[in-house]
Design a protein around this ligand. Sequence first.
Ligand code: HEM
Length: 347
Amino acid sequence: MDSQSHLAVCSFMTHYHRILDQSPLSGLITLLNTTIPIRRFLPLEANRGYQFACREVKRMTLECVHQREREVSLLATTADNKDDLTLHGPESRGRDMLTMLIQERKNLLKTDDEMTDLEICDQLLVFVVGSHETTASSLTWAIFVLVTRPEIQEKLRAEIIQFVTSPSNPDNNPQTDEEGAYYNAIESLPYLHNFSRELMRLYCPVTASWREAAKDLTICGTFIPAGTAIHFLPAVVNLSQKVWGKDADEFRPERWDSQEELTRMGPYGFMAFSHGPRVCIGKHYGQFNFKMMLVELLSQFRFGSSEEIERDLERNGGRMVGVQNPGPSLRPRGKMMVSVEKLGLEV
Ligand code: HEM
């Protein structure tokens, strides 16, 4: 990455964090603004800063759209196969989503259903926030669990080391060309699977989702007129004692082994990815990504607690570090410091 691109990424990240790490006042305005559009009218610094960050993130993303558009047009004049510009040739950047959207727009143009630059930009931002923020949050809380529950860290590492060193790991078997071999192998690790679901149940990365009632309806005896704005909090279900039993707030990966518990919770007891037509589009990819990162990290490093975590835990009654509040995703307040030891394992 050249120094100019590096600066652009740093600048993007500064504004991106400003949006996701809002002050309590700015967070409150964001919440109210989903039902009463007050944001535009409040001459407060917290508000102005947030709006500026949103504008900058959009401006920079739009610049990427324009730049890629220029590159695609340039390639189109030189490539042999104009429908498949991303896949071949020395200038190819691979099958990236932005190029695909731009190419799809060219196809849509033929049907008069144009996708504007701003729409492409919004799609990209949904994916950036929806995939990066959630996965980063899950990984942060996974490290937190691993350093505060060393016995879980050791059990998980044992399963991972056994996998990475065994012939069932496709990396150790260059002859394997079965499609999805690595995905299937990772998905078949039982403790990693339980750990991953338990992590996203207890430390649900998305704190809230929004809906608007399209028609009058009644849910559990409560009448909801058409047009009502609804905020739902996935963690309320994920942590419900009615659904998960008395130890709902305990981190216990083994609970996912119990058929009885899974029957009691039913399909809607685990809401980390939501359900229905607007279920997270990256649900399986996100879980797989998360597991893959744990395989890489735990096979090479041991994580330990730090004075900062211990102090924070003590302040919070021993169970949890402080959480940034309010926020659209579950982030710890400030930095989470941990110790990292490189393992000398031959893997
Ligand atoms: C730990 C990982 C993830 C979690 C916990 C998560 C969770 C969620 C949740 C709760 C929603 C809202 C659904 C609703 O409103 O009912 C959502 C939407 C979405 N997610 Fe994810 N997500 C994760 C990873 C990803 C990844 C990796 C991608 C993309 C590659 C992604 C793309 C999206 C998109 C595009 C939406 C909007 C779907 C729509 O509105 O139709 N997510 N996600």
